[in-house]
Ligand binder design. Structure first.
Ligand code: ZN
Length: 390
C-alpha cells in the first residue's frame, strides 16, 4: 500500500510541488494513458461530488485524478520513471473556481440546515454546474432569503478554517456530514455560520467567494435540487445573461423590463396567425379537392407545403369522396415527399408494401392509414399507382 501525502489539505493556495514517483502503469482501458502514484500531491481527486484538479506533471497533462483506499491516482498523458523526482503544477484558475463554488455551497447548506433543519444529501460540482440536493422542500421565498443571507456572510469576510480534531474533540463537536469513517476527520469551520466534515480545498475567507447566485430550484426526490454559481462563474453567467437580454431588447425594440410582455404578445399574435392560416389552408384544399377529376378510385394530391395536421385533414376529406387510396404528398422532386395515405376499402399496409417494390419509401401505420417519406419525383410516384396497386 502506498502512503500519499495530500498537500492540498494544508496548502490549498500552493500551485507547484515536487514529488517522487512511486508507481507508473499503463491504463488498461485507454491507450497512451499512464496511471501514476506520487508520494505527495497537490492534485485534489474526484471526491465528495467535486470534479478533480487539472494541470501538468513533468510536461504531461493530468487528465483525471481518482482516490481509492487513500491512494491518489493521476491519469497522465505520458510516462514517468518510477523513483524519479517530478514537478507538478495545478491549473489554478480551475482550482480557485472550484474553491469558490465549494465554499459557497457550505455557507448555503449550513444556513439551510440552521433555518430549516434539512441536510444536503447530494452535492455535485462539475465544470459546468453546481447542484445541492436537500431532503426537504424550500419555497421560492425561502431560497431567496437564504441566497441573501449567504451573500451577507460573504461580505462579512469570515475566516474559513480546516482542522483535524482528535476523536475526543470530535465527540463534543456539532457538525454536518457526520460519517463513520476510520480516517482522520477533516473539519471545515466557517466562523459563526457552519461546521462540516469535508475533504476539499476552500478559500481562506468568505469574501473570496465574491458572490453566490441561485440559478435553479426544482423538486427532487421529495426535496429540492438547488443550482448555484459563485464568484467568477456567477460573473460569467451575468455576462452571458446580459448579452441575451441585450439581444432580446434589440430584436424586440423594447426596454429590458418590457421584454417578457413583448414575447407573450408575440406568442399570442403568432397563435392567432397560425389559426387563421390553418383556416385558409383548409378552405384552399377544399377548393382544390372539388376540382380533382373523379376518374378511377385512387386519388393522389401533391402539395409543396402543408403541415401534418392539414395533410391529415385533407386525406380524411378525400376519403369521404373517394373509395380507393387517398394520398397526399408534401414536398418536391429534389427533397422527396412526406405522405399520408388512407383508404376505406383497401389495406394501406399492403399498398405500402407494393410501393416499396417500386419506390424508395419508408413508413408505416394501420390498415386504414399509413404515413412516411418517399424519395422520387411526382411523375415516378404517379406512375407506380398506374393500373391500381392492389
Ligand atoms: Zn465540502
Amino acid at each position: 500500500m502506498f502512503e500519499v501525502k495530500r498537500l492540498y489539505d494544508s496548502l490549498p493556495y500552493e500551485t507547484e510541488f515536487e514529488a517522487e514517483v512511486l508507481a507508473c502503469e499503463p491504463d488498461s482501458d485507454k491507450e497512451g494513458i499512464c496511471i501514476v502514484v506520487l508520494n505527495q500531491t497537490l492534485f485534489f481527486p474526484e471526491e465528495g461530488g467535486q470534479s478533480p484538479d487539472k494541470g501538468m506533471i513533468n510536461g504531461c497533462e493530468v487528465l483525471d485524478v481518482q482516490i481509492k483506499d487513500g491512494v491518489i491516482y493521476h491519469a497522465l498523458s505520458g510516462e514517468l520513471a518510477v523513483g524519479s523526482r517530478v514537478e507538478g503544477r495545478i491549473d489554478w484558475t480551475h482550482r480557485f473556481n472550484n474553491m469558490q463554488q465549494h465554499s459557497g455551497e457550505h455557507i448555503f447548506s449550513g444556513l439551510v440546515n440552521k433555518h430549516f433543519g434539512y441536510d444536503n444529501v447530494g452535492f455535485h460540482l462539475s465544470d459546468q454546474t453546481v447542484t445541492m440536493d436537500f431532503n426537504g422542500v424550500l419555497s421560492e421565498e425561502d431560497v431567496t432569503m437564504i441566497e441573501l443571507e449567504v451573500n451577507r456572510v460573504i461580505v462579512k469576510n469570515v475566516p474559513i478554517v480546516a482542522t483535524f480534531p482528535t476523536k475526543e474533540e470530535l465527540e463534543k463537536l456539532e457538525y454536518r456530514s457526520k460519517k463513520e469513517i476510520n480516517e482522520q476527520m477533516r473539519i471545515v469551520t466557517i466562523e459563526g455560520v457552519d461546521v462540516c466534515a469535508c475533504c476539499a480545498p476552500h478559500v481562506r475567507t468568505t469574501g473570496e467567494i465574491g458572490m453566490l447566485k441561485v440559478v435553479g430550484c426544482q423538486n427532487y426526490k421529495g426535496g429540492v435540487r438547488i443550482s448555484i454559481l459563485c464568484g467568477f462563474r456567477a460573473l460569467e453567467d451575468y455576462k452571458s445573461k446580459t448579452a441575451i437580454v441585450a439581444g432580446l431588447v434589440a430584436g424586440l425594440s423594447e426596454k429590458p423590463e418590457n421584454v417578457i410582455t413583448a414575447v407573450d404578445k408575440l406568442k399570442e399574435v403568432n397563435y392567432n396567425l397560425k389559426t387563421e392560416l390553418n383556416k385558409k389552408t383548409a378552405e384552399l384544399m377544399a377548393v382544390k379537392m372539388s376540382a380533382l377529376s373523379a376518374d378511377g378510385d385512387d386519388v393522389l394530391v401533391f402539395e409543396a407545403e402543408l403541415d401534418d395536421n392539414a395533410t391529415r385533414n385533407t386525406v380524411n376529406s378525400l376519403m369521404e369522396q373517394y373509395s380507393g387510396v387517398c394520398a397526399v404528398f408534401v414536398g418536391n422532386d429534389e427533397a422527396g415527399y412526406r405522405f399520408i395515405m388512407g383508404s376505406k376499402s383497401k389495406n394501406c399496409r399492403e399498398v405500402l408494401a407494393k410501393l416499396k417494390e417500386k419506390l424508395t419509401i419508408r413508413g408505416g401505420g394501420t390498415e386504414v392509414m399509413v404515413q412516411g417519406m418517399v424519395t422520387g419525383t411526382e411523375d415516378a410516384i404517379r406512375k407506380s399507382f398506374d393500373g391500381g396497386l392492389i
